[in-house]
Write a protein that binds this ligand. Structure first.
Ligand code: GTB
Length: 229
């Protein structure tokens, strides 16, 4: 199994074998596109290591040359190295039962994740390219953007479950990350969205996720690489 290493403990004539994933995130010192996978792993009780590099070291070093698309985050699962944050989320989802209960749910999860990615690209454009001039207009556009997700929640058991189905999936961590970073950008942005507000409360109250979100590993990590948030 490529994702794993084995710890064997021998107790008299019994052999206990535990299979533990050996995961590593290679990224800049930001939450950025690494945060949904961190929340997923924290919530699922999975251990991971972080290899952090500065933007300067990245530009000067060989890592950029070797990266499949010349970008980070990268993710190591044993001898498998992956790029593209959404592919990494899907990899974790397939290996840890976070991709819906059937093909129909998996497709809906993909659909919502693509919608989340569209919003993330708009957010990143604001942060890295147009913060001072675009912030006000961007915040106004959030009522339309969040309306999509509020309606998706409403259509799924009146918002009482997850965004798709009644089991958590990788898209919940991606959506939660997006909502949390927008709450920093515009603290009132969810005030007109009761289902999304309740969803954030429910998700952030999951014990392992709550512990991660209150850790320094989360709180001290900047959201973005240019100090804007
Ligand atoms: N589609 C890819 C994915 O989903 O993984 C997009 C990855 C991506 O945009 N990566 C950016 C990158 O590698 C970092 S995220 N940029 C470097 C390059 O292209 O050479 C945004 C970001 C920008 C800057 C910092 N920083 O200065 O610390 C951190 C994060």
């Amino acid at each position: 199994m490529s994702a794993s290493f084995y710890i064997c403990l021998v107790f008299s004539h019994f052999v206990w074998i535990f299979v533990l994933p050996e995961y590593t995130i290679i990224y800049f010192d930001v939450r950025g596109r690494g945060q949904a996978m961190r929340m997923l792993m924290a919530d699922q009780g999975l251990a991971w290591k972080e290899e952090c590099l500065t933007f300067d070291a990245w530009l000067k070093g060989v890592l950029k040359r070797d990266a499949v698309f010349g970008q980070l985050p990268a993710f190591k699962d044993g001898d498998l190295t992956l790029y593209q944050s959404n592919a990494i989320l899907r990899h974790l989802a397939r290996n840890h039962g976070l991709y819906g209960k059937n093909p129909r749910e998996a497709t809906l999860i993909d659909m919502v994740n693509d919608g989340a990615e569209d919003l993330r690209i708009k957010y990143l454009h604001l942060i890295y390219k147009n913060y001072e001039n675009g912030k006000e207009e961007y915040i106004k556009s959030l009522s339309t953007e969040f309306g999509h997700f509020e309606r998706l929640l409403a259509a799924n058991n009146k918002g009482k479950d997850f965004v798709v189905g009644n089991e958590i999936s990788f898209v919940d961590y991606n959506l939660l990350d997006l909502l949390l970073i927008h709450l920093v950008l515009a603290p009132d942005c969810l005030s007109g969205f009761p289902l999304l507000s309740a969803y954030v409360k429910r998700m952030t109250s999951r014990p392992k996720l709550e512990a991660f979100l209150s850790s320094d590993a989360h709180k001290k990590k900047p959201i973005n690489g240019n100090g804007k948030q």
